[in-house]
Design a protein around this ligand. Sequence first.
Ligand code: GTB
Length: 219
Amino acid sequence: MVTRCGTNNMTGFIITYFNVRGRCAAMRMLLADQGQTWKEVVVSMDEWSSGPLKSTCVFGQLPKFEDGDLVLYQSNAILRHLGRKFSLYGKDHRDAAIIDMLCDGVEDMRMKYVTLIYTNYENGKANFIKELPSWLRCFEKVLEKNGKGSEFIHGNQISFVDYSLFDVLLNLRLLDPSCLKEFPLLSGYVERMQSRPGLKSHLESKEFLQRPVNGNGKQ
Ligand code: GTB
């Protein structure tokens, strides 16, 4: 188990996960963009398979996220917690409901991607790329309805789901570099997100660049 410490970690955030971007990429982006530091506990597959950690995890899976004495599992629950903590959940209950809906939509797209990567990469990639525009078009339309796509995925302030959507879009663009070309609003959205100073320096950091995208080397 490797522990990497950020400096000035006054908040006590600890991410325990495998050495991949995977399900922690969005929460890391959120923390970096919000000016937070955190500690990383990196678990190897050998340790995971032979050690006691799995049995202590509520659903037998990582990531595990600690915020002081609060211990959370499930990446989207962690994002929601950070959304509430850093006011990244819209301005009222109506916004929060829509942000939750979008989060579930991003999760559906993420699961399609994860299923391809881990279960059917060689045989499924061509068909996946063929179907990709129909999913991306849904988010293009959401952007169009929100200030003609000039801002965030919902409202005029960033929310936790923006980090998750941005992360999935980066992964999809790695898989199919031209996938955003027919979607000007999504392309502009990705440009704006990656230009945010906190995100830009995170995306340029060696911690981000050296961490594999997925656990099986496929991307
Ligand atoms: N719904 C959960 C969430 O959103 O947090 C899903 C969590 C999940 O799928 N966790 C996977 C896990 O703990 C890791 S993410 N798997 C171990 C187990 O179930 O025993 C996917 C993943 C797969 C492989 C690697 N790897 O080889 O390094 C890394 C990450």
